[in-house]
Design a protein around this ligand. Sequence first.
Ligand code: HEM
Ligand SMILES: *[C@@H]1O[C@H](CO)[C@@H](O)[C@H](O)[C@H]1NC(C)=O
Ligand SMILES: *[C@@H]1O[C@H](CO)[C@@H](O)[C@H](O)[C@H]1NC(C)=O
Length: 476
Amino acid sequence: MDKVVLIVFVTPLLLFFILFYRRITWLRLIKSKHMKNQLPLGTLGWPFVGETIEFISCAYSDHPESFMDKRRNMYGKVFKSHIFGSPTIVSTDAEVNKFILQSDAKAFVPSYPKSLTELMGKSSILLINGSLQRRIHGLVGAFFKSQQLKVQITREMQNYVQQSMTNWKEDQPVYIQDETKNIAFQVLVKALISLDPGEEMELLKKHFQEFMSGLMSLPINLPGTKLHQSLQAKKKMVKLMLRTIESRRECGISKVPKDVVDVLLNDQNDRLTDELIADNMIDMMIPGEDSVPVLMTLAVKYLSECPTALQQLREENVKLKKLKDQLGEPLNWSDYLSLPFTQTVITETLRIGNVIIGVMRKAMKDVEIKGYFIPKGWCVLAYFRSIHLDDKNYDKPYQFNPWRWQDKDTSTCNFTPFGGGQRLCPGLDLARLEASIFLHHLVTQFRWYAEEDTIVNFPTVRMKRRMPILVRRVES
Ligand code: HEM
Ligand SMILES: *[C@@H]1O[C@H](CO)[C@@H](O)[C@H](O)[C@H]1NC(C)=O
Ligand SMILES: *[C@@H]1O[C@H](CO)[C@@H](O)[C@H](O)[C@H]1NC(C)=O
Protein backbone atom coordinates (compact mmCIF):
# COMPACT_ATOMS: atom_id res chain seq x y z
CA MET A 1 0.00 0.00 0.00
CA ASP A 2 2.74 2.41 1.02
CA LYS A 3 4.59 1.73 -2.16
CA VAL A 4 1.50 2.46 -4.20
CA VAL A 5 1.01 5.76 -2.44
CA LEU A 6 4.59 6.63 -3.13
CA ILE A 7 4.40 5.80 -6.78
CA VAL A 8 0.97 7.20 -7.47
CA PHE A 9 1.09 10.40 -5.50
CA VAL A 10 4.57 11.34 -4.49
CA THR A 11 6.43 10.60 -7.66
CA PRO A 12 4.26 12.78 -9.88
CA LEU A 13 4.44 15.49 -7.27
CA LEU A 14 8.21 15.28 -7.26
CA LEU A 15 8.29 15.22 -11.01
CA PHE A 16 5.98 18.14 -11.12
CA PHE A 17 8.22 20.10 -8.76
CA ILE A 18 11.31 19.23 -10.70
CA LEU A 19 9.71 20.24 -13.95
CA PHE A 20 8.16 23.31 -12.48
CA TYR A 21 11.38 24.34 -10.82
CA ARG A 22 13.29 23.89 -14.05
CA ARG A 23 10.62 25.82 -15.85
CA ILE A 24 11.11 28.71 -13.45
CA THR A 25 14.87 28.78 -13.80
CA TRP A 26 14.47 28.34 -17.51
CA LEU A 27 12.01 31.21 -17.64
CA ARG A 28 14.35 33.28 -15.53
CA LEU A 29 17.18 32.62 -17.89
CA ILE A 30 15.14 33.67 -20.89
CA LYS A 31 13.99 36.73 -19.05
CA SER A 32 17.46 37.72 -17.97
CA LYS A 33 18.87 37.09 -21.43
CA HIS A 34 16.32 39.38 -22.94
CA MET A 35 15.94 41.95 -20.21
CA LYS A 36 19.37 41.57 -18.65
CA ASN A 37 17.85 42.23 -15.24
CA GLN A 38 20.38 40.28 -13.30
CA LEU A 39 21.75 41.64 -10.07
CA PRO A 40 25.51 42.17 -9.96
CA LEU A 41 27.48 39.39 -8.27
CA GLY A 42 28.34 39.56 -4.61
CA THR A 43 27.13 38.40 -1.22
CA LEU A 44 24.71 39.96 1.23
CA GLY A 45 26.65 38.67 4.25
CA TRP A 46 25.01 37.97 7.60
CA PRO A 47 21.33 38.52 8.39
CA PHE A 48 20.63 42.12 9.48
CA VAL A 49 24.25 43.33 9.73
CA GLY A 50 25.18 42.16 6.24
CA GLU A 51 28.80 43.06 5.53
CA THR A 52 28.77 46.25 7.60
CA ILE A 53 31.27 45.00 10.17
CA GLU A 54 33.86 44.10 7.57
CA PHE A 55 33.19 47.36 5.75
CA ILE A 56 33.81 49.39 8.90
CA SER A 57 36.88 47.45 9.98
CA CYS A 58 38.41 48.07 6.54
CA ALA A 59 37.31 51.71 6.67
CA TYR A 60 39.27 52.20 9.91
CA SER A 61 42.47 50.74 8.41
CA ASP A 62 44.96 52.62 6.21
CA HIS A 63 43.46 50.85 3.20
CA PRO A 64 39.70 51.43 3.35
CA GLU A 65 39.48 50.38 -0.29
CA SER A 66 40.60 46.84 0.65
CA PHE A 67 36.93 45.94 1.22
CA MET A 68 36.26 46.93 -2.36
CA ASP A 69 39.49 45.47 -3.79
CA LYS A 70 38.70 42.01 -2.45
CA ARG A 71 35.20 42.03 -3.97
CA ARG A 72 36.34 43.66 -7.19
CA ASN A 73 38.68 40.76 -7.73
CA MET A 74 35.96 38.20 -7.05
CA TYR A 75 32.90 39.81 -8.61
CA GLY A 76 34.02 42.67 -10.81
CA LYS A 77 33.94 46.44 -10.45
CA VAL A 78 30.23 46.55 -9.59
CA PHE A 79 28.96 44.16 -6.95
CA LYS A 80 26.15 43.75 -4.46
CA SER A 81 26.55 43.90 -0.72
CA HIS A 82 24.57 44.76 2.39
CA ILE A 83 25.90 47.70 4.39
CA PHE A 84 24.41 50.09 6.96
CA GLY A 85 21.13 48.26 7.02
CA SER A 86 20.35 48.24 3.31
CA PRO A 87 21.04 45.99 0.37
CA THR A 88 23.51 48.07 -1.60
CA ILE A 89 25.09 47.98 -5.02
CA VAL A 90 28.65 49.19 -4.74
CA SER A 91 30.15 50.72 -7.86
CA THR A 92 33.88 51.19 -8.34
CA ASP A 93 33.42 51.69 -12.07
CA ALA A 94 34.05 55.22 -13.32
CA GLU A 95 31.43 55.09 -16.09
CA VAL A 96 28.75 53.65 -13.84
CA ASN A 97 29.50 56.34 -11.24
CA LYS A 98 29.27 59.00 -13.90
CA PHE A 99 25.86 57.71 -14.94
CA ILE A 100 24.68 57.74 -11.31
CA LEU A 101 25.93 61.30 -10.77
CA GLN A 102 24.30 62.53 -13.96
CA SER A 103 20.92 60.92 -13.20
CA ASP A 104 18.06 62.99 -11.87
CA ALA A 105 15.61 62.30 -9.07
CA LYS A 106 13.50 60.04 -11.27
CA ALA A 107 16.26 57.45 -11.11
CA PHE A 108 18.26 58.19 -7.93
CA VAL A 109 17.81 60.31 -4.80
CA PRO A 110 20.37 60.91 -2.04
CA SER A 111 20.27 58.36 0.74
CA TYR A 112 22.01 58.76 4.09
CA PRO A 113 21.94 56.92 7.43
CA LYS A 114 18.85 57.72 9.51
CA SER A 115 20.66 59.71 12.21
CA LEU A 116 21.99 62.01 9.52
CA THR A 117 18.65 62.61 7.85
CA GLU A 118 16.95 63.32 11.18
CA LEU A 119 19.54 65.95 11.97
CA MET A 120 19.43 67.60 8.59
CA GLY A 121 15.69 67.89 8.35
CA LYS A 122 13.47 67.25 5.36
CA SER A 123 14.19 70.47 3.48
CA SER A 124 17.99 70.24 3.51
CA ILE A 125 19.62 70.72 0.12
CA LEU A 126 21.52 67.52 0.77
CA LEU A 127 18.26 65.56 0.86
CA ILE A 128 15.70 67.29 -1.33
CA ASN A 129 15.26 66.43 -4.98
CA GLY A 130 13.65 67.96 -8.03
CA SER A 131 13.12 71.60 -8.89
CA LEU A 132 13.70 73.07 -5.42
CA GLN A 133 17.11 71.38 -5.15
CA ARG A 134 18.06 72.63 -8.60
CA ARG A 135 16.92 76.14 -7.70
CA ILE A 136 18.92 76.36 -4.45
CA HIS A 137 21.90 74.62 -6.01
CA GLY A 138 21.87 77.05 -8.95
CA LEU A 139 21.61 80.14 -6.75
CA VAL A 140 24.33 79.08 -4.34
CA GLY A 141 26.61 77.79 -7.09
CA ALA A 142 26.33 80.97 -9.14
CA PHE A 143 27.06 83.10 -6.08
CA PHE A 144 30.15 81.09 -5.13
CA LYS A 145 31.42 81.37 -8.70
CA SER A 146 30.83 85.13 -8.94
CA GLN A 147 33.74 87.58 -9.27
CA GLN A 148 32.33 89.77 -6.57
CA LEU A 149 32.32 87.02 -3.94
CA LYS A 150 35.80 85.88 -4.89
CA VAL A 151 37.21 89.42 -4.58
CA GLN A 152 35.60 89.85 -1.18
CA ILE A 153 36.25 86.38 0.20
CA THR A 154 39.92 86.43 -0.89
CA ARG A 155 40.47 89.45 1.31
CA GLU A 156 38.74 87.75 4.24
CA MET A 157 40.63 84.52 3.74
CA GLN A 158 43.95 86.35 3.68
CA ASN A 159 43.06 88.09 6.92
CA TYR A 160 42.00 84.92 8.72
CA VAL A 161 45.04 82.98 7.52
CA GLN A 162 47.39 85.80 8.48
CA GLN A 163 45.80 86.24 11.92
CA SER A 164 46.13 82.56 12.60
CA MET A 165 49.77 82.41 11.48
CA THR A 166 50.76 85.52 13.46
CA ASN A 167 49.96 83.60 16.63
CA TRP A 168 52.09 80.57 15.76
CA LYS A 169 54.97 80.04 18.19
CA GLU A 170 58.33 78.61 17.21
CA ASP A 171 58.91 76.76 20.45
CA GLN A 172 55.73 74.70 20.52
CA PRO A 173 53.96 72.53 17.96
CA VAL A 174 51.35 74.08 15.70
CA TYR A 175 48.42 71.74 15.14
CA ILE A 176 47.61 72.24 11.47
CA GLN A 177 44.28 70.46 11.66
CA ASP A 178 43.04 72.77 14.44
CA GLU A 179 44.36 75.91 12.77
CA THR A 180 42.81 75.10 9.39
CA LYS A 181 39.52 74.12 11.00
CA ASN A 182 39.36 77.46 12.72
CA ILE A 183 40.19 79.37 9.55
CA ALA A 184 37.73 77.41 7.42
CA PHE A 185 34.88 77.90 9.87
CA GLN A 186 35.44 81.66 9.88
CA VAL A 187 35.46 81.73 6.08
CA LEU A 188 32.34 79.60 5.81
CA VAL A 189 30.29 81.63 8.27
CA LYS A 190 31.41 84.80 6.57
CA ALA A 191 30.32 83.50 3.15
CA LEU A 192 27.00 82.20 4.44
CA ILE A 193 25.79 84.90 6.85
CA SER A 194 28.58 87.55 7.00
CA LEU A 195 29.24 86.83 10.64
CA ASP A 196 32.60 88.15 11.83
CA PRO A 197 34.83 86.51 14.44
CA GLY A 198 33.67 87.34 17.95
CA GLU A 199 31.44 86.12 20.73
CA GLU A 200 28.52 85.20 18.51
CA MET A 201 30.74 83.19 16.19
CA GLU A 202 32.28 81.31 19.11
CA LEU A 203 28.80 80.43 20.33
CA LEU A 204 27.79 79.26 16.87
CA LYS A 205 30.94 77.19 16.64
CA LYS A 206 30.22 75.56 19.98
CA HIS A 207 26.69 74.65 18.95
CA PHE A 208 27.86 73.45 15.58
CA GLN A 209 30.44 71.11 17.09
CA GLU A 210 27.76 69.68 19.34
CA PHE A 211 25.52 69.28 16.33
CA MET A 212 28.20 67.48 14.32
CA SER A 213 29.06 65.07 17.12
CA GLY A 214 25.64 63.44 16.64
CA LEU A 215 25.91 62.92 12.91
CA MET A 216 27.23 59.40 13.18
CA SER A 217 25.27 58.41 16.27
CA LEU A 218 22.51 55.87 16.78
CA PRO A 219 19.18 57.09 15.45
CA ILE A 220 17.47 57.25 18.85
CA ASN A 221 15.96 60.58 19.81
CA LEU A 222 15.43 60.44 23.58
CA PRO A 223 16.60 62.92 26.24
CA GLY A 224 20.24 62.20 26.99
CA THR A 225 21.13 60.58 23.68
CA LYS A 226 23.72 62.06 21.34
CA LEU A 227 21.12 62.59 18.65
CA HIS A 228 18.89 64.51 21.05
CA GLN A 229 21.75 66.81 22.07
CA SER A 230 22.56 67.42 18.44
CA LEU A 231 18.97 68.33 17.64
CA GLN A 232 18.91 70.74 20.58
CA ALA A 233 22.11 72.36 19.32
CA LYS A 234 20.59 72.69 15.89
CA LYS A 235 17.50 74.40 17.30
CA LYS A 236 19.71 77.04 18.91
CA MET A 237 21.54 77.60 15.64
CA VAL A 238 18.30 77.88 13.68
CA LYS A 239 17.15 80.55 16.14
CA LEU A 240 20.33 82.49 15.54
CA MET A 241 19.86 82.20 11.77
CA LEU A 242 16.23 83.31 11.99
CA ARG A 243 17.31 86.39 13.96
CA THR A 244 19.82 87.20 11.21
CA ILE A 245 17.15 86.77 8.53
CA GLU A 246 14.67 88.97 10.43
CA SER A 247 17.13 91.79 10.83
CA ARG A 248 17.95 91.57 7.12
CA ARG A 249 14.29 91.86 6.23
CA GLU A 250 13.93 94.85 8.53
CA CYS A 251 16.88 96.71 7.06
CA GLY A 252 15.93 95.82 3.50
CA ILE A 253 17.88 93.17 1.64
CA SER A 254 20.63 94.56 -0.53
CA LYS A 255 20.12 93.78 -4.21
CA VAL A 256 23.83 93.03 -4.55
CA PRO A 257 24.09 90.00 -2.31
CA LYS A 258 27.06 89.85 0.03
CA ASP A 259 26.41 86.34 1.31
CA VAL A 260 24.30 83.23 0.72
CA VAL A 261 21.47 84.44 2.99
CA ASP A 262 21.08 87.51 0.79
CA VAL A 263 21.08 85.34 -2.32
CA LEU A 264 18.28 83.14 -1.03
CA LEU A 265 16.28 86.03 0.45
CA ASN A 266 16.44 87.85 -2.88
CA ASP A 267 14.88 84.95 -4.72
CA GLN A 268 11.17 85.33 -5.35
CA ASN A 269 10.38 81.62 -5.12
CA ASP A 270 7.84 81.35 -2.29
CA ARG A 271 8.98 77.87 -1.40
CA LEU A 272 12.10 79.50 0.05
CA THR A 273 10.63 80.26 3.45
CA ASP A 274 12.66 81.75 6.30
CA GLU A 275 12.64 78.41 8.07
CA LEU A 276 13.93 76.60 5.01
CA ILE A 277 16.69 79.15 4.53
CA ALA A 278 17.69 79.02 8.19
CA ASP A 279 17.77 75.23 8.12
CA ASN A 280 19.80 75.15 4.96
CA MET A 281 22.41 77.59 6.25
CA ILE A 282 23.27 75.02 8.87
CA ASP A 283 23.06 72.09 6.49
CA MET A 284 25.41 73.84 4.10
CA MET A 285 27.97 74.03 6.85
CA ILE A 286 28.10 70.23 7.02
CA PRO A 287 29.82 69.63 3.66
CA GLY A 288 31.80 72.86 3.93
CA GLU A 289 33.05 72.67 7.49
CA ASP A 290 35.23 69.59 7.60
CA SER A 291 36.31 68.96 4.04
CA VAL A 292 38.32 72.12 3.39
CA PRO A 293 40.47 71.92 6.53
CA VAL A 294 41.12 68.24 5.83
CA LEU A 295 42.24 69.14 2.30
CA MET A 296 44.66 71.75 3.64
CA THR A 297 45.95 69.47 6.40
CA LEU A 298 46.55 66.58 4.00
CA ALA A 299 48.37 68.89 1.58
CA VAL A 300 50.75 69.84 4.42
CA LYS A 301 51.21 66.16 5.28
CA TYR A 302 52.02 65.08 1.71
CA LEU A 303 54.29 68.08 1.13
CA SER A 304 56.19 67.29 4.34
CA GLU A 305 56.93 63.86 2.89
CA CYS A 306 57.90 65.13 -0.57
CA PRO A 307 60.65 67.77 -0.34
CA THR A 308 60.99 68.23 -4.11
CA ALA A 309 57.31 69.14 -4.45
CA LEU A 310 57.55 71.48 -1.47
CA GLN A 311 60.61 73.13 -2.99
CA GLN A 312 58.89 73.72 -6.32
CA LEU A 313 55.74 74.99 -4.62
CA ARG A 314 57.76 77.41 -2.53
CA GLU A 315 59.69 78.74 -5.54
CA GLU A 316 56.48 79.33 -7.48
CA ASN A 317 54.81 81.17 -4.61
CA VAL A 318 57.83 83.22 -3.57
CA LYS A 319 58.29 84.36 -7.17
CA LEU A 320 54.73 85.65 -7.39
CA LYS A 321 54.92 87.25 -3.96
CA LYS A 322 58.06 89.20 -4.95
CA LEU A 323 56.41 90.34 -8.17
CA LYS A 324 53.29 91.56 -6.39
CA ASP A 325 55.38 93.23 -3.67
CA GLN A 326 57.18 95.20 -6.38
CA LEU A 327 53.85 96.25 -7.84
CA GLY A 328 52.75 97.21 -4.34
CA GLU A 329 49.55 95.12 -4.62
CA PRO A 330 48.26 92.22 -2.60
CA LEU A 331 47.56 88.96 -4.43
CA ASN A 332 44.06 88.75 -5.94
CA TRP A 333 42.03 85.58 -6.39
CA SER A 334 43.04 85.00 -9.97
CA ASP A 335 46.69 85.27 -8.96
CA TYR A 336 46.24 82.43 -6.51
CA LEU A 337 44.41 80.22 -8.95
CA SER A 338 46.88 80.95 -11.74
CA LEU A 339 49.80 79.25 -10.00
CA PRO A 340 50.01 76.01 -11.98
CA PHE A 341 52.12 73.92 -9.64
CA THR A 342 50.11 74.97 -6.58
CA GLN A 343 46.98 73.80 -8.37
CA THR A 344 48.52 70.42 -9.23
CA VAL A 345 49.46 69.99 -5.55
CA ILE A 346 45.83 70.58 -4.56
CA THR A 347 44.53 68.31 -7.31
CA GLU A 348 46.89 65.52 -6.30
CA THR A 349 45.93 65.94 -2.63
CA LEU A 350 42.28 65.59 -3.61
CA ARG A 351 43.04 62.45 -5.61
CA ILE A 352 45.15 60.62 -3.08
CA GLY A 353 43.46 62.00 0.06
CA ASN A 354 39.86 61.23 -0.91
CA VAL A 355 38.31 63.69 1.52
CA ILE A 356 34.90 62.42 0.36
CA ILE A 357 35.12 58.72 -0.49
CA GLY A 358 31.93 58.58 -2.56
CA VAL A 359 28.22 59.36 -2.56
CA MET A 360 25.15 57.37 -1.54
CA ARG A 361 21.95 57.14 -3.53
CA LYS A 362 18.72 55.15 -3.54
CA ALA A 363 17.15 53.82 -6.75
CA MET A 364 13.64 55.18 -7.36
CA LYS A 365 12.98 52.66 -10.12
CA ASP A 366 14.68 49.69 -11.71
CA VAL A 367 17.79 51.02 -13.42
CA GLU A 368 20.19 49.28 -15.76
CA ILE A 369 23.66 50.69 -16.33
CA LYS A 370 26.29 49.04 -18.52
CA GLY A 371 24.45 45.73 -18.15
CA TYR A 372 24.28 45.99 -14.35
CA PHE A 373 20.81 45.82 -12.91
CA ILE A 374 19.91 47.99 -9.90
CA PRO A 375 16.44 47.18 -8.53
CA LYS A 376 14.10 49.84 -7.23
CA GLY A 377 14.61 50.56 -3.54
CA TRP A 378 18.22 49.40 -3.41
CA CYS A 379 20.97 51.74 -2.23
CA VAL A 380 23.95 52.56 -4.38
CA LEU A 381 27.38 53.56 -3.17
CA ALA A 382 29.27 55.31 -5.96
CA TYR A 383 32.74 54.83 -4.54
CA PHE A 384 35.33 57.32 -5.86
CA ARG A 385 38.30 56.21 -3.81
CA SER A 386 38.93 52.95 -5.67
CA ILE A 387 38.94 54.83 -8.97
CA HIS A 388 41.32 57.52 -7.69
CA LEU A 389 43.69 54.79 -6.48
CA ASP A 390 43.46 52.40 -9.44
CA ASP A 391 46.78 51.67 -11.13
CA LYS A 392 44.95 51.42 -14.45
CA ASN A 393 44.07 55.10 -14.13
CA TYR A 394 47.12 56.41 -12.30
CA ASP A 395 50.68 55.20 -12.47
CA LYS A 396 51.91 54.26 -8.93
CA PRO A 397 48.61 55.46 -7.46
CA TYR A 398 49.76 55.51 -3.84
CA GLN A 399 52.58 57.92 -4.58
CA PHE A 400 52.01 61.64 -4.07
CA ASN A 401 53.02 62.94 -7.47
CA PRO A 402 51.67 66.42 -8.37
CA TRP A 403 53.66 66.35 -11.63
CA ARG A 404 51.29 63.71 -13.01
CA TRP A 405 48.74 66.51 -13.46
CA GLN A 406 50.98 68.73 -15.56
CA ASP A 407 49.34 69.06 -18.98
CA LYS A 408 46.61 66.70 -17.86
CA ASP A 409 42.94 67.54 -17.82
CA THR A 410 41.20 67.18 -14.47
CA SER A 411 37.75 66.89 -16.04
CA THR A 412 37.63 63.13 -16.52
CA CYS A 413 35.30 60.61 -14.95
CA ASN A 414 38.38 59.05 -13.30
CA PHE A 415 38.65 62.15 -11.07
CA THR A 416 35.53 63.16 -9.15
CA PRO A 417 36.53 64.51 -5.72
CA PHE A 418 33.66 67.02 -5.90
CA GLY A 419 31.10 64.62 -7.34
CA GLY A 420 29.38 65.66 -10.56
CA GLY A 421 26.13 66.20 -12.40
CA GLN A 422 23.27 68.01 -10.72
CA ARG A 423 24.83 67.80 -7.31
CA LEU A 424 28.38 68.78 -8.24
CA CYS A 425 29.81 70.52 -5.19
CA PRO A 426 28.96 74.23 -5.42
CA GLY A 427 31.81 75.01 -2.99
CA LEU A 428 34.49 73.66 -5.34
CA ASP A 429 36.03 77.01 -6.35
CA LEU A 430 35.88 78.26 -2.80
CA ALA A 431 37.67 75.15 -1.52
CA ARG A 432 40.48 75.45 -4.08
CA LEU A 433 40.90 79.16 -3.48
CA GLU A 434 41.08 78.71 0.26
CA ALA A 435 43.63 75.92 0.01
CA SER A 436 45.75 78.02 -2.39
CA ILE A 437 45.74 81.01 -0.05
CA PHE A 438 46.65 78.87 2.94
CA LEU A 439 49.51 77.14 1.13
CA HIS A 440 50.82 80.44 -0.24
CA HIS A 441 51.11 82.01 3.19
CA LEU A 442 52.50 78.85 4.75
CA VAL A 443 55.31 78.22 2.29
CA THR A 444 56.33 81.86 1.84
CA GLN A 445 56.63 82.53 5.57
CA PHE A 446 57.65 79.28 7.19
CA ARG A 447 59.89 76.26 7.12
CA TRP A 448 58.62 73.37 9.17
CA TYR A 449 59.31 69.96 10.56
CA ALA A 450 56.34 67.60 10.70
CA GLU A 451 56.07 65.34 13.73
CA GLU A 452 55.04 61.71 13.30
CA ASP A 453 51.34 61.36 12.53
CA THR A 454 49.00 59.10 10.57
CA ILE A 455 45.77 59.46 8.62
CA VAL A 456 42.55 58.05 10.08
CA ASN A 457 39.92 57.32 7.42
CA PHE A 458 36.71 56.66 9.36
CA PRO A 459 34.09 58.03 9.91
CA THR A 460 35.71 61.03 8.24
CA VAL A 461 39.28 61.57 7.07
CA ARG A 462 41.48 63.24 9.68
CA MET A 463 44.92 63.12 11.31
CA LYS A 464 45.32 61.01 14.42
CA ARG A 465 47.40 63.63 16.28
CA ARG A 466 45.92 66.67 14.48
CA MET A 467 49.10 67.15 12.40
CA PRO A 468 51.59 68.81 14.76
CA ILE A 469 54.44 70.69 13.06
CA LEU A 470 57.35 72.73 14.43
CA VAL A 471 57.72 75.97 12.51
CA ARG A 472 60.47 78.50 11.88
CA ARG A 473 59.78 81.91 10.35
CA VAL A 474 61.81 82.78 7.27
CA GLU A 475 62.34 85.85 5.14
CA SER A 476 61.28 85.38 1.58
C1 HEM B 1 37.65 69.95 -0.30
C2 HEM B 1 36.45 70.40 -0.10
C3 HEM B 1 35.15 69.78 -0.57
C4 HEM B 1 34.92 68.54 -1.11
C5 HEM B 1 35.91 67.42 -1.39
C6 HEM B 1 33.49 68.49 -1.39
C7 HEM B 1 32.85 67.41 -1.98
C8 HEM B 1 31.51 67.36 -2.30
C9 HEM B 1 30.85 66.28 -2.99
C10 HEM B 1 31.52 64.98 -3.46
C11 HEM B 1 29.54 66.61 -3.13
C12 HEM B 1 28.45 65.78 -3.85
C13 HEM B 1 27.50 65.10 -2.89
C14 HEM B 1 26.48 64.27 -3.63
O1 HEM B 1 26.56 64.11 -4.85
O2 HEM B 1 25.58 63.74 -2.96
C15 HEM B 1 29.36 67.91 -2.52
C16 HEM B 1 28.15 68.58 -2.43
C17 HEM B 1 27.98 69.78 -1.80
N1 HEM B 1 28.98 70.60 -1.29
FE1 HEM B 1 30.94 70.18 -1.25
N2 HEM B 1 32.91 69.67 -1.01
C18 HEM B 1 33.89 70.49 -0.51
C19 HEM B 1 33.74 71.79 -0.05
C20 HEM B 1 32.55 72.46 0.05
C21 HEM B 1 32.40 73.82 0.52
C22 HEM B 1 33.52 74.75 0.96
C23 HEM B 1 31.09 74.11 0.50
C24 HEM B 1 30.52 75.44 0.89
C25 HEM B 1 29.48 75.69 1.53
C26 HEM B 1 30.39 72.92 -0.01
C27 HEM B 1 29.02 72.80 -0.19
C28 HEM B 1 28.38 71.73 -0.77
C29 HEM B 1 26.93 71.63 -0.91
C30 HEM B 1 25.90 72.68 -0.48
C31 HEM B 1 26.68 70.41 -1.56
C32 HEM B 1 25.30 69.82 -1.94
C33 HEM B 1 24.94 70.16 -3.34
C34 HEM B 1 23.63 69.52 -3.77
O3 HEM B 1 23.30 68.43 -3.29
O4 HEM B 1 22.94 70.13 -4.59
N3 HEM B 1 31.32 71.94 -0.27
N4 HEM B 1 30.58 68.35 -2.03
C1 LIG C 1 11.55 64.03 -3.60
O1 LIG C 1 10.96 65.30 -3.38
C2 LIG C 1 9.56 65.30 -3.18
C3 LIG C 1 9.12 66.72 -2.99
O2 LIG C 1 9.77 67.57 -3.86
C4 LIG C 1 9.18 64.46 -1.98
O3 LIG C 1 7.79 64.39 -1.84
C5 LIG C 1 9.76 63.06 -2.14
O4 LIG C 1 9.52 62.34 -0.97
C6 LIG C 1 11.24 63.13 -2.42
N1 LIG C 1 11.69 61.78 -2.65
C7 LIG C 1 12.56 61.18 -1.86
C8 LIG C 1 12.75 59.75 -2.10
O5 LIG C 1 13.18 61.77 -1.00
C1 LIG D 1 44.91 90.35 -10.53
O1 LIG D 1 46.10 91.08 -10.68
C2 LIG D 1 46.74 90.97 -11.94
C3 LIG D 1 47.99 91.81 -11.94
O2 LIG D 1 48.94 91.31 -11.08
C4 LIG D 1 45.80 91.42 -13.05
O3 LIG D 1 46.40 91.21 -14.30
C5 LIG D 1 44.50 90.65 -12.97
O4 LIG D 1 43.58 91.14 -13.91
C6 LIG D 1 43.90 90.77 -11.57
N1 LIG D 1 42.73 89.93 -11.51
C7 LIG D 1 41.60 90.30 -10.92
C8 LIG D 1 40.49 89.33 -10.96
O5 LIG D 1 41.47 91.38 -10.37
